[in-house]
Design a protein around this ligand. Structure first.
Ligand SMILES: Cc1cc2nc3c(=O)[nH]c(=O)nc-3n(C[C@H](O)[C@H](O)[C@H](O)COP(=O)(O)OP(=O)(O)OC[C@H]3O[C@@H](n4cnc5c(N)ncnc54)[C@H](O)[C@@H]3O)c2cc1C
Length: 414
């Protein structure tokens, strides 16, 4: 049996383990804490290929200054913590993304991304609260709504259907929306799941397929010996296999640094707030408040509000003024939620790349050392598709699309 070591038991590592284990591979996952304990459980639960548009496309210098200097902006940048080199790469990738439309491949693969997740979901024997076509993107600002309408036309050209709805049509579907909402979009193919239950389901399923998940074990060093990668843990254990897949989220760069590889992956902190669900006040749809970069997702046991983005390194503080932005935004769009009690607050680090395109595939010169990282705001969305790419590369030697491969970055070797 071909042995594969996966570093990181987030949604990417778990999904990859399942695609490989189902095909008969012998899989070990090394996980620093518990499966999914980082961003993979702390997200909004949306599977939204239709919303995929890399955020650097919308960054110009004015926006950048706003994100640096305005404390109330939904995206916040601390240049000293993010690093000037990263800021420069983000600005440079904007130009590239606009000129070269290769990033669209991911959005065009949207249905495949959803089908790959459904493929895994079918084997999970618990209710993960999956729903399709119930995501409403809602707008109060007229100009932003016009841009959304244009986006719906762009999506149609990519083969993705969305409904454009007026404020009253939206309130008919979701009566608890504020009267100030003037319109929005309904994404028809996109899905929502409870990410906590999904991760628990994937973990259980992986174990059923014989995947060995070694918790509380941190990979510390990777070396490549006669083309075969070997992983050493901080406890000094040694793991080797025919392939190693690094899916360690935003911690991947520091793991690869000793190999002389400078992979541009950095953390982008997001926040989650959970509200109690009391009788009769439940929302029936997921709400995307794009103007404020906040999602409201009503699960069975609680309502999760997730969003905004702080590009300021691994700082896990939860400042009150950032939570206030989320609460004010929600009160503006769904005032009834003011009455719900806050029962939980947390934060998670999205693994981002300067072009917001994930990095998937073998490292140059190390064909057996694969990377599956950098999905930023779309990790859940493209998790099973990533797993499928890795599986097809290992099993059938099918090339991963060029734009996703690590080789798209020049100078990753120091
Ligand atoms: C607030 C918020 C909302 C979001 N909403 C959505 C959404 O609605 N839809 C969507 O598609 N995406 C969403 N995302 C993004 C998504 O959650 C992430 O892209 C995704 O979880 C990344 O998964 P991952 O497996 O790459 O990383 P992680 O979840 O970070 O997993 C990496 C794992 O590797 C482990 N690890 C790290 N270093 C080591 C080591 N040295 N040895 C062993 N293990 C190690 C970590 O403990 C961790 O468990 C959101 C994120 C946030 C924060």
């Amino acid at each position: 049996m071909t042995k594969v070591i996966i570093i990181g038991g987030g949604v990417i590592g778990l999904s990859t383990s399942l695609y490989l284990a189902k095909a008969g591979y012998d899989i070990i996952i090394l996980e620093k804490y518990k499966p999914g304990s980082q961003a993979s459980k702390k997200n909004a639960g949306l599977i939204v290929p239709s919303m995929y548009i890399p955020y650097p496309i919308s960054i110009d210098y004015i926006k950048l200054l706003k994100w640096i200097f305005s404390p109330s902006s939904p995206i916040k940048i601390a240049p000293t913590k993010l690093g000037y080199k990263t800021i420069k790469s983000i600005l440079m990738s904007r130009k590239y993304l606009i000129e070269n439309q290769e990033w669209r491949i991911l959005r065009r693969l949207g249905r495949e991304a959803i089908n790959s997740i459904k493929n895994l979901m079918n084997f999970i024997d618990m209710d993960i609260e999956a729903s399709t076509g119930k995501i409403l993107e809602v707008y109060i600002n007229e100009e932003a709504f016009r841009e959304a309408e244009e986006y719906a036309v762009e999506l149609k050209n990519d083969g993705i259907d969305t409904d454009i709805l007026s404020g009253s049509e939206l309130r008919e579907i979701e009566p608890r929306l504020s009267k100030h909402i003037i319109g929005g979009l309904r994404y028809k193919i996109d899905m929502s799941i409870n990410p906590v239950k999904y991760i628990d389901g994937l973990t259980k399923l992986a174990r059923t397929y014989g995947v060995k998940i070694i918790e509380r074990t941190s990979a510390q060093k990777i070396i490549v010996k006669n083309k075969y990668p070997v992983v050493y843990t901080e406890k000094g254990e040694r793991f080797s296999g025919e392939y190693v897949v690094v899916a360690a989220g935003p911690w991947t760069s520091s793991l690869l640094n000793p190999l002389g590889i400078d992979l541009p992956v950095y953390p982008a902190k997001g926040y989650i707030m959970e509200l109690s669900n009391f009788n009769g006040n439940n929302l029936t749809h997921q709400l995307m408040i794009e103007e404020e970069k906040v999602v409201v997702n009503p699960f069975k046991e609680f309502i999760r509000i997730a969003g905004i983005m702080d590009l300021m390194g691994f700082d896990n503080k939860i400042p009150y003024n950032r939570l206030e932005i989320i609460m004010n935004c929600v009160n503006k769009y769904v005032p009834i939620l003011k009455k719900h009690k806050i029962i939980g607050i947390d934060s998670g680090f999205r693994p981002c790349t300067p072009d917001e395109i994930p990095i998937i595939g073998p490292l140059p010169n190390h064909p057996r050392l694969l990377i599956a990282v950098g999905h930023c705001r779309f990790g859940l969305t493209f998790s099973a598709l990533t797993a499928k790419f890795i599986y097809e590369y290992i099993e059938k030697h099918i090339q991963i699309p060029r734009i996703l491969q690590p080789t798209r970055f020049k100078n990753i070797f120091r």
